[in-house]
Design a protein around this ligand. Sequence first.
Ligand code: ADP
Length: 270
Amino acid sequence: RERLAVTARVARLEDGVVLLLVEDRTEARRVDAVRRDFVANVSHELKTPVGALILLAEAVQGASDDPEAVRRFSARMQVEATRLSQLVQELLDLSRLQSHDPLAQARRVDLDDVVIEAVDLCHTAADAKKIQLVTGGEAGLHVLGDAPQLVMAVRNLVDNAVSYSPEGTRVAVTTRRCDSLVELTVTDQGIGIPERDLERIFERFYRVDQARSRSTGGTGLGLSIVKHVANNHGGDVRVWSEEGSGSTFTIRLPCGMDETGDVIGTSGDA
Ligand code: ADP
């Protein structure tokens, strides 16, 4: 149960009237606590790769007469530096997605292009695990939105599907229209997510399995980015998952346009 936080001030006016000013600070306090938690989490997440880099740099210096050890340590340094760079990039993405006007660049977006671009970005990782990436569903669907944001969201879902699936499985990306909504669905045949974690996986830095997520290079920010993109577009993201059989993530977006492609609520094209 949340405790109320109030501040009260008393002011006595010249004519003897006493004013009691009470301000409800509960929401402000909650926002403050969320911000502090976030900063603490970010610091913790940054410390891990930075600490590893410092140790590895010392190890390289100490192993200067052993070329094989130097090679091994510097390869490890590259992994940690890449992780750091990905973390910083995703933090920047997240902060941009929370800007005042996240859809300032909105225009008519072809979902086929979004899917092709996102899937292209994941091919190398999928090929390395012999995972087949397939696309399908209804072609030619459009939404009013921000294409780079939508690519980022679908890419994150496909990246996860590949990361949390065994070799030789299949990941499918499909599009479909459902009344005034369009759906982008990513389905995998991977490890699945325990039911107790489903509610929390969209939180920043939440991971079902810390060790596994780190070893796959995960930052814990991917799904939070997906959720922000969906919300920015007036939509949402849902998940269905069964441990051991796979997961399905669906982004639902209002198309924001009528049958002729005109933006709803205006007379012109997007
Ligand atoms: P990460 O960078 O760790 O992948 P995300 O925010 O993208 O972070 O995902 C949060 C957590 O949800 C992951 O750590 C993982 O445990 C779980 N998860 C996300 N997508 C999948 C998936 N397709 N299959 C199984 N688990 C998943």
